[in-house]
Design a protein around this ligand. Structure first.
Ligand code: FO1
Length: 315
């Protein structure tokens, strides 16, 4: 079995490629839920929805979040009656927020409603939240500590980041399906998708059972660098790295993750870093990591899986 850890857009795109290459019996996608929040009475799970919509082929290609062919009548009507419209909820997108909120209110777990929704979107691969209980990213900034969506959307990632807390991670309730996979001893590799190391991947690793499992692993962990040519392909990862004193380079990401990762996948643009990363004791695969269409996602996924298998046989 192969487990992929995914957050927002970058993670979703590699998840699509992995799902094209691996069967639902082999691949499980574990998704960050620390961006989740309650808004207008809805339980919102942005990264679960980005992964689900992207796998289903209905994600908005421009923004990476929300639905394609979206309309905004609800937002317009809400604005006319003085509602909060800083966090945009499209008319199609609303359907998932309503069903998830209703299910949670009736006592279903987040992993259960995620499984039901993914099935209804025709997704066959397991998409599993990292926790069925609330874990919330708090962003420490020069404007004080902010809730994640306040920092990310309302303030457009402008505040200077000083650190993060993942409130609730210590007592996070790992979904049963993920516990079974962890305890099965059948996992042959973990793939860390090119998501934001600080606010997409770190929250997943902060869940004690998941973090301990990966630390004591007997399989290779492969990570695809979210930084290409010194910039994040999407989102604030490079800005966060600079603000936290890391070099916003593929090497900076390697150093940031440290000994969690055995093999690194970096883009051709960063090929000059291969040797210095190998000197950190890592295996390195240099390839095209820019996934601007599904066939490139699939091609990258094929190479990542082959890389993982090569490292696994050596382990
Ligand atoms: N991101 C924005 O920058 N502006 C928005 O108005 C916005 C709305 C939104 C609605 C649903 C959803 O699932 C995601 C949404 N996002 C929006 C993206 C979201 O903040 C990010 O996807 C994650 O939290 C970080 O990956």
């Amino acid at each position: 079995m192969i487990v992929a850890l995914a957050g927002g857009v970058g993670g979703a795109r590699l998840a699509v490629g992995l799902a094209a290459v691996l069967s639902p019996q082999i691949l499980t996608i574990v998704v960050n839920t620390a961006d989740d929040f309650e808004h207008l009475g809805f339980a919102i799970s942005p990264d679960l929805d980005t992964v689900m919509y992207t796998l289903a082929g209905v994600a908005n290609p421009a923004t990476g979040w929300g639905r394609a062919q979206e309309t905004w009548n609800f937002m317009l009507a809400l604005e006319q009656v003085g509602g909060d419209t800083w966090f945009k909820l499209g008319d199609r997108d609303l359907a998932v927020h309503v069903l998830r909120t209703l299910a949670l209110r009736r006592g279903a777990s987040l992993s259960e409603i995620t499984r039901v929704l993914a099935t209804r979107f025709g997704i066959r691969h397991p998409v599993v939240p990292m926790s069925d209980s609330a874990v919330r990213t708090r962003v420490k900034t020069d404007c004080g500590e902010l809730a994640f969506q306040d920092y990310f959307v309302r303030r457009s990632c402008r505040p200077r980041v000083e650190g993060f807390r993942f409130v609730g991670s210590r007592k996070a309730r790992v979904p049963a399906v993920l516990l079974r996979i962890i305890r099965s001893g059948k996992v042959r590799a973990v793939v860390i998708c090119p998501s934001n190391p600080y606010v997409s991947i770190a929250p997943i690793l902060s869940v004690p059972t998941i973090g301990a499992w990966i630390r004591q692993r007997d399989f290779p962990v492969i990570a695809v660098s979210p930084i290409v040519g010194g910039v994040a392909l999407k989102g604030p990862a490079d800005k966060m790295m600079r603000e936290l004193g890391s070099a916003a380079t593929a090497l900076g990401v390697v150093r940031h993750y440290g000994d969690w990762v055995d093999g690194w996948v970096i883009d051709h643009q960063d090929a000059r870093l291969k040797r210095v990363i190998e000197r950190q004791g890592k295996a390195v695969l240099v390839t095209d990591t820019v996934m601007n269409n599904r066939s490139k996602s699939t091609r990258l996924a094929k190479r990542v899986v082959a890389f993982a298998q090569a490292l696994g046989s050596g382990k």
